[in-house]
Design a protein around this ligand. Sequence first.
Ligand SMILES: Nc1ncnc2c1ncn2[C@@H]1O[C@H](COP(=O)(O)OP(=O)(O)O)[C@@H](O)[C@H]1O
Ligand SMILES: [Mg+2]
Length: 392
Amino acid sequence: MSQVRRLRIGIIYGGRSSEHAVSLASAAAIFANLDRERYEPVPIRIEQDGRWVLAERPPTLESAGDTIARARLESGRAARATRELHLVAHPGDETMLTVERGVDADSGSDDAGHAIVTGLALDLIFPIVHGPYGEDGTLQGLLELADIPYVGAGVLAAAVGMDKAVMKVLFAASGLPIVQHDVLLRRDWQADRAGIVSELTERLRFPLFVKPANLGSSVGISRATDRDTLSSAIDLAAEFDRKIVVEEGVTPCREIECAVLGNSDPEVSVPGEIIPSRDFYDYEAKYLDDSSEIVIPAVLTPGQTAEVQRLAIAAFRAIDGAGMARVDLLLKRNTGRIFLNEINTHPGFTTISMYSKMWAASGLSYPALLDRLIALANERHTEKQESRTSVL
Ligand SMILES: Nc1ncnc2c1ncn2[C@@H]1O[C@H](COP(=O)(O)OP(=O)(O)O)[C@@H](O)[C@H]1O
Ligand SMILES: [Mg+2]
């Protein structure tokens, strides 16, 4: 009886961003739930300094019920890696090369001349790296060059999903509701602080949210209620990015999210709601204290549910999403108006993350979600190969 060969899947996790630990938790959940009869997962860790290594052991979540903050992870440092990994940035059978550096017996020093290089073939890549250098299109570009199927957004959607300023341009072009906002460059801010504060306060109404354009996890985001707090909010955001988004706060608001899954014909989950434990859903509320509440499905009227689901799909299409994305919306309590806040192409992906929980509540289990994402990655790769690459 012939046995179907298992798909060898490289799980790329970790990364250079401040969301390294979140990625370890996401990867741990993937390793714990991938069906070993069908898949052979390979742990590929990107260290905080950006080096790629073949991990000796995959990350594990000590206990599934833990929050990310409390999850004691077998972190990169604990499981010492011995083999460097290098992605081969052209099509071919060897997706990666592992390099083991020989140690010079005489001097005891690393000797590059004695490196042992071995090819590693993979069928598919599952990148689950959050933040810059992971979900911003850079990693996706490398995978495109290697011509290997990979889970999730392509280069464009990943890059746009990371840039809150460009994301809004595409949402607006698709006629989707977004809040009034402005985009400024750190250089201009440094040149004319008073002028910029005046311009912003003329055009936008307090409270304002100030955000670095290209970050996540609420890092560098603050709420400003007057000219003084606006200045310090811009100063803070400018520490993290050269581009800053200043936008009108939706207040009082409810935070509603939807999970989207698919390629050209995406499906949407039931909506969920996050009730932050603090003033807004800042870094502390997300990772350090776990008293924020989650309600799935969100308590909405049938009309509101349909509307947030429509907007979630439209947002996914607006950035040409693929595979998965979590769409975050803001619902203004007193008027009922719904605004698109952002789309996350590589949302937190543990079994207790919003993305997976919204699918679970919609009837799709975590292992089934993994199957779907892998199938979608292959589908997208095949579809791309059907396009002509030459005019002759
Ligand atoms: N315009 C806004 N009105 C009200 N709250 C906001 C607004 N923008 C952001 N927030 C609050 O800040 C949090 C983080 O902002 P968000 O744009 O989602 O950044 P991140 O990519 O870091 O998650 C949101 O979850 C919400 O609590
Ligand atoms: Mg967010």
